[in-house]
Every structure is written in structure tokens, then in C-alpha cells.
Write a protein that binds this ligand. Structure first.
Ligand code: SAH
Length: 449
């Protein structure tokens, strides 16, 4: 989501006549876009903010912006941030570059000549005013782009800070999303990923008056519309919540060739009591049935099939009160389901959340780490086995770029597996068939042909 927000900000700056530079020391405007989902992410922000202070002192006319979840929506107290970081000139809530753009315009810090040039480029691509003009260095080169479709979140999982910082759930109007996806495709983007905290709830908050015969009412409808866009080769979406994954959505994934069979659907824990205190709204058995439903509808990628659904999950270990036995239930669930990826995080108490207010953070750090590592080791073994079955098979990858260090091309399969290969030709942004010659848990290596 932050990558998407940063790209939108870069696009808006381009239209004011700004061009990108490589390092903050060379910049007239520096923006730090921030994540606070765990304390470790927040601590990183403070470190980076500290390193911007001397840059402001060296050149006081340099504009420093702070954006994203550290700023939060209207509920946060901006005075607190201003007092703590007086070298920051402007605060921007998540997905809202407005305050910086206004400041630059008001203070005449725009470059009219360059802005006119940018407007001409936008016209050549037939972009409207609100459309995304990719920054010059990305235009015609960017292969993957993210398009937020649901902003904010209203679910309020007991551990999660996002609803407090990104505000209530808002689906973007479908015509805005389709226009944005079209403009990206026109500028060479091959894959777009639709984003939402609960992306499978897309449209549920739109008024029925927004609906007409052509307007999508669900993520499935939206996928069908975006599928029509010429030039786009692949479409993905994340993150799904298990309770909102409809058969209609799975049908759309199955029927639309551009939509990849890759489902990101976090389970968070494999124990009903923990799930209930997390306020997730489903049981382990519901999740188990969902995985069966996904595999029945999209195919099972176990057993060396190059097609079939690939499923990724998120897990939190060491949630307050999680016993060794409850953790074992999560471990056993991963053994049983054999998913393609698991992002595993140690529980981190977040301000304002129900869990932080009600439940003591009582699993010691060393024990959280032990649980994290146990799941990580298990998962790499499982994925290693799943991937090993691809040896000797041919997979189709969309090539994203060239690895700077080793000079190999890299891309991803439809199932989101990273694959490297060597070749003299220019493959960036193209589909390639690669025969897999080596397979590990994190990547594949192959040969063209
Ligand atoms: N809305 C999305 C993304 C949430 S943030 C979703 O529900 O999947 C991404 C992941 O961070 C979550 O899935 C969760 O596993 C993890 N996470 C969120 N809050 C956390 C916390 N307080 N401590 C540790 N991990 C957390």
C-alpha cells in the first residue's frame, strides 16, 4: 500500500515539474512514507527521521515531508509529531499527498517549464488530469504496479493498528480504478495488483446508487472489467480475508486468464480460542474448508502441477495468552495445509488496539522467537518440497528485471514463485518459458526454452 502511495506522490510531483534523484542529499524535497504495523517498523522510521535532521540543517529551504501511518488519519495528534520532529515541514496521512502538493504550489516551489513538459507527455499517453503519469524513469520500464481499490479498514482485528491509522473502509469508485489501470497499461505496465486491507470486500460499502448496469459491485466484477484492458498481461489482488472469499470471486479467478491463481489469505493462528481473541471472525475449520474450496475451484498445485492455486498466509506467533499447545495447533495446521508461503511475525502490542489495552503481552520474546523460527523452518521445508516437484518442468514467468549483482533475469510465475535465468536477449516486461533446473524454497533457476 505504501509503495502504491509513494508512486502516486511521485506522479503528482512529476506533474509539478519535479524529477527524481538517487539520494536524499541531492533532493529539494524528501518524503518519508511510513509503516507502523509492528514496533520494529515504527522504530525504523524514527531512525530514518533522525538521519533527515542534518539534511534540513544543511539546507533549510529543503522541504521534508512525513507521510503514512505514523501520521495517521484525523485521530492522531499532529502537534505531538511536530514537537518531536521540528525539522519536518509537512505531514500527510496515508494515501493523501495533498498537503505537500499544496505547500509546494503555495510557496511557488514548482518548475513551470518542466510541468508543461510533463503535461505534454501525459497528453501523448492520453492521460486525464487525475490519471497517474509514471515518473520519467519508470515510464515504459515499470513492469508491475499496485492499484489500491479499498482504502482503510473497518474490521478491527484486536491486534491491528491499521484501522486506527488508515481510517474506515472506503472502496474507490470503479471508474476511477479502471481509468488508473488503463493509464498504467498505456505506459507499459504489464501486471497490476489490486490492493485492500480486505480486498475481497471491495464494493460492499458502495451505495447502491453508485451501481448501474456497467459498474462493478464486487471484486469479481471489478476483475472482469480490468481484464478487458489491452496491454495488461497479469492481474493479482491482495489481501483477502477468509470470511469474504466468495465462490463468485474464485470463479472469476478461474475464468479470467490474466488473473493469476495466487491467493493471499491470512489465517493468523491455527487455534480457535486465539482466533476468537484476535477477533478474526472465523474458526480453523472454516479456514480449512476455504482452502479445500480454493483448491477445488482453481486446482491444486501440490504434486508438481505447474498450474493450480498457490496460497499464501500470514501468521502471528506469541499473541497474548497463546499457550505452547495453542501454538502447536498452528504448527499442525501448516503441516496439514501445505501452503506456498507463510509470512510469520512475532506479536507486537500496538497503541489503541483492543489487544494492547486488554491482554498483557505475556509470551516472552525468546519464546516468540522460538515459535517464529519453528514455523519458518517448517514452512521452508514444505515449500522446498512443493518447489522440488517443479524440477524439469516448464513454467511461464513475467520478467521484472535484471538482478544487478549476478546479471541474471528474474521474474515470477503465475503462482508468484521467483525464477532466475540467464540470457543475452532483453526480456524485461516480457513473458518467458523457463525450464526449471534448480529449485529451492525461495526461488527457482531455469533455462529459456
Ligand atoms: N489487512 C491485511 C494486512 C495487515 S498487516 C490482512 O489482514 O492481512 C500484515 C500482517 O501483519 C498481518 O496479516 C499480520 O499477520 C501482521 N500483523 C498485524 N498486526 C500485527 C501485530 N500487532 N503484531 C504482529 N504482527 C502483526
Amino acid at each position: 500500500m505504501n509503495e502504491a502511495d509513494s508512486l502516486r506522490l511521485a506522479s503528482a510531483l512529476e506533474r509539478l515539474g519535479y524529477t527524481p534523484v538517487d539520494r536524499p542529499e541531492q533532493a529539494d524535497v524528501v518524503v518519508l512514507n511510513t509503516c507502523v504495523v509492528r514496533q520494529s517498523a515504527e522504530d525504523k522510521v524514527y531512525g530514518r527521521l533522525g538521519s533527515l535532521k542534518p539534511l534540513k540543517e544543511q539546507r533549510p529551504e529543503r522541504v521534508i515531508g512525513l507521510m503514512g501511518c505514523l501520521v495517521g488519519d484525523v485521530l492522531q495528534d499532529p502537534a505531538l509529531l511536530r514537537r518531536r520532529f521540528p525539522w519536518v515541514d509537512v505531514l500527510m496521512p496515508p494515501s493523501e499527498p495533498g498537503p505537500l502538493l499544496e505547500l509546494l504550489t503555495e510557496q511557488g516551489l514548482t518548475d513551470e517549464g518542466r510541468a508543461i513538459e510533463a503535461a505534454e507527455v501525459a497528453r501523448r499517453y492520453r492521460l486525464q488530469d487525475g490519471d497517474l503519469l509514471l515518473p520519467a524513469r519508470e515510464r515504459g520500464a515499470l513492469v508491475l504496479a499496485y492499484v489500491p481499490v479499498v482504502l482503510g479498514c473497518s474490521h478491527a482485528c484486536s491486534y491491528c493498528i491499521i484501522p486506527y491509522r488508515r481510517g474506515v473502509e472506503r472502496s474507490r469508485p470503479p471508474e476511477e480504478i479502471v481509468a488508473e489501470a488503463k493509464s498504467l497499461a498505456a505506459q507499459g505496465v504489464k501486471q497490476i495488483t489490486l490492493l485492500g486491507q480486505i480486498v475481497d470486500r471491495y464494493g460492499l460499502d458502495l451505495q447502491t446508487s453508485d451501481w448501474n448496469n456497467n459498474n462493478p459491485r464486487s471484486l469479481a466484477d471489478l476483475l472482469r472489467q480490468i481484464h478487458e484492458i489491452e496491454g495488461l498481461e497479469r492481474i493479482r489482488f491482495l489481501t483477502s480475508h477468509p470470511s469474504w472469499m466468495t465462490d463468485d470471486l474464485l470463479d472469476a479467478v478461474a475464468e479470467l486468464p490474466k488473473v493469476c491463481e495466487h491467493i493471499e489469505v491470512p489465517v493468523q493462528a491455527g487455534d480457535d480460542e486465539v482466533l476468537s481473541r484476535m477477533r478474526r471472525g472465523y474458526t480453523v475449520d472454516d479456514y480449512r474448508k476455504l482452502i479445500v474450496r480454493i483448491r477445488n475451484r482453481l486446482g491444486d498445485n501440490q504434486g508438481g502441477h505447474t498450474s493450480g492455486a498457490s496460497i499464501a498466509t500470514d501468521i502471528i506467533v506469541g499473541f497474548p495468552g497463546e499457550t505452547a499447545e495453542q501454538f502447536q495447533h498452528t504448527y499442525d495446521l501448516l503441516v496439514e495445509l501445505r501452503l506456498d508461503k507463510a509470512h510469520i511475525a512475532r506479536y507486537s502490542p500496538r497503541p489503541q488496539t483492543l489487544a494492547a489495552r486488554r491482554f498483557p503481552d505475556d509470551v516472552p520474546l525468546a519464546e516468540k522467537e522460538r515459535r517464529r523460527k519453528a514455523l519458518d523452518d517448517l514452512q521452508s521445508e514444505i515449500v522446498g518440497e512443493i518447489n522440488a516437484r517443479l524440477l524439469g518442468q516448464t513454467v511461464e514467468a513475467l520478467v521484472e528485471g535484471k538482478d544487478r549483482r549476478k546479471g541474471r533475469w528474474y521474474g515470477r510465475t503465475r503462482t508468484d514463485k521467483l525464477v532466475f535465468f540467464e540470457d543475452e536477449r532483453d526480456w524485461r516486461g516480457r513473458m518467458v518459458n523457463v525450464r526449471v533446473t534448480w529449485a529451492g524454497p525461495w526461488s527457482l533457476i531455469g533455462e529459456v526454452g
